[in-house]
Design a protein around this ligand. Structure first.
Ligand code: S3P
Length: 172
């Protein structure tokens, strides 16, 4: 039996600020594949920004949309998918991604992440807790889920986007 759409997507997962969006765009160019962003698709479909969804509908609603969008993406043609930082937390999402492609985990230290996200206002989970200690705490909590999901792990501290993309290509 030929599996439909087997192993054609590349899913970039990892904590907020690990560079998933920037890497997906660059990698998409290098591999001549579309770059898709789950947060952008969710915003398109719902007609609301991510902070608005969290505020008006709550996190559970957002998480349900994430799974919905992943299902849709798995039917698209091969692409680089930049995932919201919480996507690996749900087993159902892991199953969809494993079936549809390879999962690449981007990592960075809490200090690096803090520097990358400190000016950002689009991340509801960090809105009231924008400090290294909280980032560290949330990251620790999520680490087992990230590790379980990852086919490939790429460390991003002190590396530019191009360097990260090359490393991904070498490890695919
Ligand atoms: C989230 C990360 C965000 C976005 C939402 C929730 C998370 O995406 O999906 O704010 O739970 O880590 P980024 O990782 O692109 O910031």
């Amino acid at each position: 039996i030929k599996m439909r759409n087997s192993n054609k997507h590349i899913f970039l997962i990892g904590f907020m600020g690990t560079g998933k969006s920037a890497v997906s765009k660059e990698l998409g160019k290098m591999m001549e594949l579309d770059a898709i962003d789950t947060d952008a698709l969710i915003a398109d479909i719902s007609g609301m920004s991510i902070p608005e969804i969290f505020e008006n509908k709550g996190e559970d609603y957002f998480r349900a949309l994430e799974t919905n969008v992943l299902h849709r993406i798995s039917d698209f043609q091969g692409s680089i998918v930049s995932c919201g930082g919480g996507i690996a937390l749900k087993d159902e999402n892991l199953e969809i991604m494993k079936r549809a492609g390879k999962i690449i985990l981007l990592t960075a230290s809490a200090e690096t992440i803090y520097i990358r996200v400190k000016k950002d206002t689009q991340r509801p989970l960090l809105k009231n807790n924008l400090n290294v200690e909280y980032i560290e705490e949330l990251m620790k909590k999520r680490q087992p889920a990230y590790d379980k999901a990852a086919d490939i792990i790429i460390e991003t501290d002190k590396k530019d986007i191009l360097h990260i993309c090359k490393e991904i290509l070498m490890n695919l």
